[in-house]
Design a protein. Structure first.
Length: 392
């Protein structure tokens, strides 16, 4: 009981020390960076840019106020280094930059080919950068151009790539972290999502999710895999939520489209005394028929089995083509084979990891896809065929 006054005074002191505003920067003294970019100029200097939000214009547009005015502006800076370019952009701003809300960072293709070591060093040292940020390569263009492309469905264009990526079954907010993790793992090479700028329905350009950019160990762009190829890679790595597949069914004179969900992936490795590695990839999923352009009544089990077997066989071939492309054309492991071998054969991995890039090119890979078609939709036979033309 006699210690209560002392404890009470100590509690009051704690409250005094932990309450109040310790940050002298007011909100009106800050500018929020929602997206940024970095490019390599022709003279070897760097160009950085950022998309800054204008809160007052967002409030006006939500209330039906002033129209035609963008709720953001773009600031730029050039310099011999990334840091100098950022500093030059700060010299034009009346407020302190806050990067806590940054969603995307665009990298121009020329800079990606040149190498992004310096950029990654600046990003990783700045505590103001979010770990859950997406870095995207702009195929055939500059990051600055990507920042300037408006998107009609979003007030802030920086939000568009995130929602597009989610809408096609991808996982967002992880590419920066995934890149750093892959860079630190022995034998792995990093990748980044890719966008390109294409012509929309009108004369205005729009943003399209293209696929993935493959980087080598020097953090230089080695090449691209397209949207479908990157989806197969994500299937192997279990980082996809759904995938649309359409295959021609030769026996039925048409194609069938399937939406695949509930993905599974198993990798089984083996290694010979001569350090010859084999990798068996087993991919699984649940399919739902979304389109039937054949004359098959898919309510019949034999017809459904025919479609299922054809899709599994052809998808297996397509996945193997993607793997072979990565092996032979780029020669870097972005498929997680190194992690599989390390996990399943740790002793052998320690012996060969120093030659992994050479060994990776010659790995014998087999792919088995098993998609189980669970649903054919509301109708079995296609409605565009007459009753006599339908194959039961």
């Amino acid at each position: 009981m006699k210690h209560r006054p002392v404890a009470f005074l100590f509690l009051i002191l704690c409250f005094a020390l932990t309450t109040g505003c310790w940050d002298s920067e007011e909100l009106t003294d800050r500018v929020f960076d929602l997206a940024a970019s970095a490019d390599l100029n022709k003279d070897g200097t760097y160009l950085t840019a950022a998309q800054f939000i204008i809160p007052s214009r967002i409030e006006q547009s939500s209330k039906g106020g002033i129209g035609g005015e963008k709720p953001y502006f773009i600031g730029t800076g050039s310099g011999k280094s990334i840091l100098e370019a950022i500093q030059k952009s700060r010299q034009k701003l009346s407020r302190i930059i806050n990067r806590g809300h940054r969603h995307n960072y665009y990298i121009g293709e020329d800079l990606a080919k040149h190498g992004i070591k310096d950029l990654l060093d600046v990003l990783s040292r700045d505590p103001g950068n979010r770990i859950r940020m997406d870095i995207l390569v702009v195929k055939g263009n500059t990051g600055f151009e990507a920042l300037q492309v408006p998107y009609p469905l979003e007030k802030i264009p920086a939000i568009a790539p995130i929602k597009i990526h989610k809408a096609v079954g991808g996982i967002t907010g992880t590419s920066y972290l995934d890149f750093m993790i892959a860079s630190s793992n022995e034998g792995s090479s990093p990748t980044l999502p890719v966008i390109d700028l294409v012509q929309g329905d009108s004369s205005q350009r729009t943003i399209r999710l293209y696929g993935r950019a493959v980087f080598n160990h020097d953090y230089k762009l080695a090449g691209y895999i397209n949207f479908v190829e990157s989806a197969y890679r994500s299937w192997i790595l279990r980082s996809i939520s759904y995938l649309d597949v359409e295959e021609n069914i030769p026996e039925a004179g048409g194609s069938v489209g399937v939406v695949i969900t509930n993905f599974g992936s198993k990798l089984k490795s083996s290694i010979s005394p001569e350090n010859k590695v084999k990798m068996e990839i087993e991919l699984s999923g649940v399919g739902h028929v979304s389109e039937n352009n054949t004359n098959l009544d898919l309510r019949q089990q034999k017809n459904l089995k025919l479609v299922q077997n054809t899709i599994n066989q052809k998808t297996s071939e397509h996945v193997l083509e993607m793997v072979t492309k990565v092996q032979k054309q780029y020669g870097v492991d972005v498929l997680g084979f190194n992690e599989t071998l390390n996990r399943q054969h740790p002793r052998e991995w320690n012996k060969i990891k120093g030659q992994w890039d050479t060994i990776f090119r010659d790995i014998k890979v087999t792919v088995h896809v098993k998609v189980n078609l669970k649903s054919v939709g509301l109708v079995g036979p296609p409605l565009q065929f007459k009753e006599g033309d339908i194959k039961k």
